[in-house]
Design a binder for this molecule. Structure first.
Ligand code: K7E
Ligand code: CUA
Ligand code: CA
Length: 609
């Protein structure tokens, strides 16, 4: 313990000096200019990378351009978001999935990108919901969640990882231990499971039981093992009992062995998923003892080692991924949480207590060379994850590293008690790390993954081919489909809805089938209907169908919520709700046409291709 205090004092002194050097009066004008130049992306120019940051309790994914640090988009996943018309209305498939699987909020921690041959292919991103044991998939061609599933038999879906090199499964760890048979009366110690999810069907194929709990996940680069940190090997149920042991474990699961056991019918099916028990399947599960309440687990880009960060121990544990034997346990600093890589043999570990990133050389640490620590840099403050570009893949770029800091304290203008989270971009291209920039985000990014713009941009879809149920321009209609049912087949294009009005009766169920017939990118039209709790957003080519109750008699202007042209404000139309006992015939809307489409002499568009 004494040694730790000494380290603490030394580190504090070093940190203070470093702080003066980095942000204090010592920062020269030219150093600032060099840093600014590195993150400056001129107006009209594009970033080199997309960074996907998990949104934590925002339930979403933040998309940030690197190196500019500009927020480009938020992808709502586990929370409805009116801005994008996401999961807001009854009948929306994502909303139905959310309700069926645990509710309209989530806690996202770990984005995981699909891989082909160990590098990111730009197809999908998976993200966990810790709180409700869910896994979601985001399509990277549309930046939209397209599937959300519940993982049975586990609670606290925390660490996730794709099984390298070709995304065979998504591994999902259960952090919160449960009675093994799900019965609260069972006196046996609680356990947990690692779930293996098929990436495309999102079906949970099998689960492997682990004694204790399971925190963070990674997989070996050859698809042989999944690795999970276990910080409650004690199987304690309170804080004091979870920190009794000096060593907990990394749980290594032999994936081919698990597949064999499943094929041989060795799984015990619970809630539709076969669960494998370690003791019944020798060789399936190896528990590697590592100190103490370990957190992050990260496989080196070359696949040789897996590194567990000690959290309550100032060490990281380096394990050979072939032999599963510990090869070194170097000290790195206080509160090591996560590790990432530059592809040049260096590892970067986040130090929560020291508020630092430490750069260390892997081979030197294994050989016991005294100079394995290469550099340290202060971050602001209390860093959780850190991620280098491609750091979790087989081909790190070795240029930028993002520090995802838990507390920003004095780094931004005070905005009430809840300050933004602070992300810091660090240049790791040289021997010494250099702080480049910081940017705030809403709560609360945990982890991040990067993908090169050159890989992802060409795959991004901005205009959709009309679907089967699309309404073509000229084929709009208002059809009474029953005594109390009307279907409105509507198109939208700058700057009008067709029809621009229609009549219904009080008590009618109104089905709106809407197609945005634009073929120009970035021409989103909204459809908001006052007093009907309705707002949709339709990209070019998209069709949405939704049914609403006609509501009280009156005139309701539907209008466009996405600014689209000089006539955006005029892009509106009326739903006229006649009283129930109204004897007026509902007129054919086509007979009652006013001026339609582009108005002569007024430019119909405020934006072009
Ligand atoms: Cu370290 Cu959920 Cu990845 Cu947060 S976890 S920091
Ligand atoms: Cu369409 Cu504004
Ligand atoms: Ca423990």
């Amino acid at each position: 313990m004494k040694r730790h205090y000494t380290i603490l004092i030394l580190v504090t002194v070093a940190a203070t000096i470093a702080l003066m050097r980095v942000v204090g009066c010592g920062t020269s004008r030219s150093a600032r200019a060099v840093a600014a130049e590195k993150v400056y992306v001129a107006p009209g120019e594009l970033d080199k990378y997309y960074a996907f940051l998990s949104g934590g309790q925002s339930g979403s994914v933040f998309v940030v351009g690197i190196p500019s640090c500009r927020l480009i988009r938020e992808i709502p996943v586990f929370e409805p978001r009116a801005a994008y018309g996401y999961a807001v209305h009854e009948g929306d498939p994502r909303r139905e999935e959310l309700i069926a699987t645990g509710g309209l909020w989530g806690d996202t921690h770990h984005p995981a990108l699909s891989e082909t041959h160990g590098v990111y292919d730009g197809r999908y991103l998976w993200i966990n919901d810790l709180s409700n044991a869910r896994l979601a998939r985001v399509r990277l061609d549309t930046f939209e969640a397209d599937k959300i599933v519940k993982i049975p038999n586990l609670q606290g879906a925390h660490g996730i990882a794709v099984v390298s090199p070709d995304t065979k499964y998504i591994v999902v760890n259960g952090e919160f231990e449960q009675p093994t048979d799900g019965m609260v009366t069972n006196p046996a110690p609680y356990t947990s499971v690692v779930a293996f999810v098929e990436p495309f069907t999102m079906e949970v194929k099998f689960e492997v039981r682990v004694p204790g709990n399971i925190d963070i996940a990674d997989t070996s680069k050859d698809g042989r093992y999944s690795f999970s940190t276990v910080y409650n090997l004690e199987q304690g149920k309170d804080l004091a009992s979870m920190i009794q042991f000096d060593r907990d474990a990394v749980a290594a699961i032999d994936i081919p062995a698990a597949e064999k056991a499943i094929a041989a019918g060795k799984g015990h099916v619970r809630n539709g998923v076969p669960i494998l028990e370690g003791p019944e399947n020798p060789g399936l599960l190896t528990m590697i003892a590592v100190p103490k309440n370990p957190h992050g687990v990260n496989v080196t880009p070359d696949g040789k080692y897996v590194i567990a960060s000690g959290k309550l121990s100032p060490t990281v544990t380096i394990i050979d991924t072939k032999t599963l034997k510990i090869v070194a346990e170097p000290e790195v600093g206080l509160g090591p949480l996560h590790t990432t890589f530059d592809g040049r043999g260096n590892a970067y570990t986040s130090l929560f207590i020291d508020s630092q990133v430490v750069k260390w050389n892997i081979e030197k640490a294994i050989k016991g060379a005294p100079d394995y620590i290469v550099d340290r840099i202060n971050v602001h403050y209390n860093i959780g994850h850190l991620q280098a570009v491609g750091g979790a893949s087989m081909k790190p770029a070795g240029d930028y590293l993002l520090a995802l800091n838990k507390l920003s304290k004095d780094q931004y203008l005070p905005v009430g008690p809840d300050m933004p989270e602070d992300q810091e971009l660090i240049d790791i291209s040289g021997e010494k790390m250099k702080m480049l920039a910081s940017f705030p985000t809403p709560p609360e990014p945990h982890d991040a993954e990067f993908i090169a713009a050159s890989v992802l941009s060409p795959k991004v879809k901005q205009v959709f081919e009309p679907a089967k149920d699309a309404i073509a321009a000229g084929s709009e209609s208002v059809v009474r489909t029953g005594p109390h049912a009307v279907t409105v087949n509507m198109t939208m294009i700058r700057s009008a809805y067709t029809p621009d009005h229609f009549d219904v009766r009080e008590g009618d169920q109104v089905t709106l089938r809407l197609t945005n017939v634009e073929t120009v990118r970035d021409m989103i039209h909204g459809f908001a209907l006052p007093d009907h709790d309705l707002n949709l957003a339709l990209p070019p080519g998209a069709t949405r169908t939704i049914t609403v109750d006609a509501g009280k008699p009156g005139v309701y202007w539907y209008y466009c919520t996405n600014f689209c042209s000089a006539l955006h404000l005029e892009m509106r139309g009326r739903m006229i709700v006649q009283p129930k006992d109204s004897t007026i015939a509902i007129p054919d809307w086509k007979a009652a046409q006013n001026v339609k489409g582009p108005v002569a002499g007024v430019p119909s568009t405020g934006a072009g291709q």
